[in-house]
Design a protein around this ligand. Structure first.
Ligand code: GLU
Length: 307
């Protein structure tokens, strides 16, 4: 009995030590940049500010309900540094968060009138089609399969699936070196669908959150994580001494803003907003102050595909 108690106490101490190491080491100390990649310092690129439009009229059910409620509900990611991140003080940051703010402003909602909801990859279509969010901005690839359930405005960014490995990894230099390797990816994501193909020969671990896959990689439980390069670069930038991106994208992932499938008025309005903020320079400014800091060079966004 005594022995068991002591063992339990020891494991508590061990767990506490491990989690303390996780907090300090994984995301912070030893030169690794902590947090979600928000710019800091005097010369850091500044985020744009977006002025909320007034008197917006739109023949959209979703929009009218939001207007009545006085706030707009936006689905986003919370664990993707430089893209969609929520820090311990609940503050959201990242390129997708800026895209959400630009769009909301043109619909007449300022930043304080946005209620962000964290929606992970596996539940996006359900959350959008059930009306739990008014629109969604979270590294969301536009494809025909998804278009059966949701609508998309965009693309506003082009990513590609890549591999994240430990810094000292020598053998994984591309997808042709994955035979028998343990690779983690995310339920409901397009890179997971791709990497499951028998041609890669990888041993797949499917988890619900990207941060859980990254933890498995840092802890040595898996050999690689696959998803979009833009996301992976954020994790590598957070832990430059521990992780690196292989750098050979093997899919095309055009990002869109997701919304109700049949709400064409809202879709058009969001496309207009994306176009306007690209033209007036906000898009580039927002990019340089977020995603640009993780090593994804700025390139002009792809042409919008209106439908
Ligand atoms: N862009 C990919 C997708 O939409 C992967 C990133 C994600 O899961 O959000 O499935």
């Amino acid at each position: 009995m005594k022995l068991r108690k002591t063992a339990a106490a020891a494991s508590v101490v061990l767990a506490l030590t491990l989690s303390a190491t996780a907090c300090g080491g994984d995301s912070g100390s030893a030169g690794d940049e902590p947090g979600g990649g928000a710019a800091s310092g005097k010369n850091a690129p500044k985020l744009p500010t977006y002025k909320a439009a007034t008197d917006v009229k739109l023949d959209s059910k979703v929009f009218k309900a939001a207007q009545k409620r006085g706030k707009i509900i936006v689905g986003a990611k919370a664990d993707q540094p430089y893209l969609g991140f929520q820090d311990t003080s609940k503050k959201r940051s990242g390129f997708d968060i800026e895209i959400a703010k630009m769009v909301a402003a043109d619909l007449g909602f300022d930043a304080k009138q946005i209620e962000f909801k964290t929606v992970d990859s596996g539940v996006r279509e359900t959350s959008i089609s059930k009306g739990q969010v008014d629109f969604y901005v979270g590294t969301y690839t536009i494809n025909d399969e998804r278009k059966k359930q949701v609508g998309f405005a965009g693309p506003y960014f082009m990513a590609g699936a890549d591999l994240l490995v430990r810094k000292d990894e020598k053998s994984i230099t591309g997808t042709d070196k994955l035979k028998g390797k343990k690779v983690c990816s995310i339920v409901g994501s397009t890179p997971l669908q791709e990497i499951k193909k028998p041609k890669y020969g990888a041993d797949i671990l499917e988890l619900g959150k990207y941060s859980d896959c990254v933890k498995q990689l840092v802890d040595g439980q898996v050999d690689a994580v696959t998803t979009d390069d833009a996301i992976l670069k954020g994790y590598a930038a957070q832990r430059p001494t521990k992780l690196k991106v292989v750098g050979h994208p093997f899919t095309k992932e055009p990002y869109g803003v997701g919304m109700n499938k049949d709400d064409k008025a809202l879709r058009d309005a969001i496309s207009d907003a994306l176009e306007a903020h690209e033209k007036n320079g906000d898009y580039k400014k927002a990019y340089n102050a977020t995603l640009g800091l993780s090593g994804s060079e700025y390139t002009a966004p792809p042409a919008l595909e209106r439908y």
